[in-house]
Design a binder for this molecule. Structure first.
Ligand code: HEM
Length: 157
């Protein structure tokens, strides 16, 4: 048995909770909230639910990053120099996007910007939020598919 199996278990559990949550928000929560008649109520409700998820995402993103860099350290940083390990670059890119959003942009100004924009133009703000979630979910799923296939010998270019 690999002696780093625990890091792999933590990594996969963190990714399941985190990306699973993004899928839930994108495919279930946002379409349900869209049916609310009142646009302000829509933004309020979405913000309340998503702020709980944001807290959870911070923990799972952190765990995925720590376990991921540990795995990369054990398996070899030289993977970053090889094109067939494109899925390692994809994992780091997805992780960086979420980390910057959750730990830097959101607390600094994204939250305030979102509230103000939602008050001025609720419909277009909601469409923007939906588009952003679909984008994040798509790149995350492509990355999961590439990593699951690549780490077991299959390479997708
Ligand atoms: C700092 C960011 C990350 C690093 C450094 C990292 C690194 C790694 C490494 C080294 C492996 C093991 C590869 C192997 O066994 O050959 C791995 C596995 C994996 N990672 Fe990441 N990862 C990161 C973030 C992510 C993210 C954001 C996702 C999902 C969007 C992800 C999904 C996966 C999956 C699905 C596996 C395959 C597990 C398996 O089938 O055994 N990782 N990661």
């Amino acid at each position: 048995m690999e002696d780093y199996f625990l890091a792999r278990v933590v990594h996969v559990l963190a990714v399941v909770l985190w990306i699973g949550g993004v899928a839930m928000v994108t495919t279930v929560l946002l379409p349900a909230v869209k049916r609310f008649k009142n646009a302000e109520e829509r933004v309020d409700f979405f913000e309340r639910v998503e702020s709980r998820f944001a807290m959870q995402s911070r923990i799972t993103t952190l765990l995925a990053g720590i376990s991921g860099f540990y795995l990369l350290h054990i398996l070899g940083w030289q993977r970053l120099l090889l094109a067939e390990f494109w899925w390692v670059h994809a994992m780091i890119a997805v992780w960086l996007i979420f980390t910057i959003m959750l730990f830097v942009l959101e607390p600094l100004f994204l939250h305030r910007w979102f509230r103000e924009r939602a008050r001025r133009a609720p419909e277009s703000t909601f469409r923007l939020v939906q588009g952003l979630h679909w984008f994040l979910l798509t790149i995350s799923l492509v990355t999961v598919a590439g990593a699951a296939s690549g780490s077991h010998g299959g390479f997708w270019f």
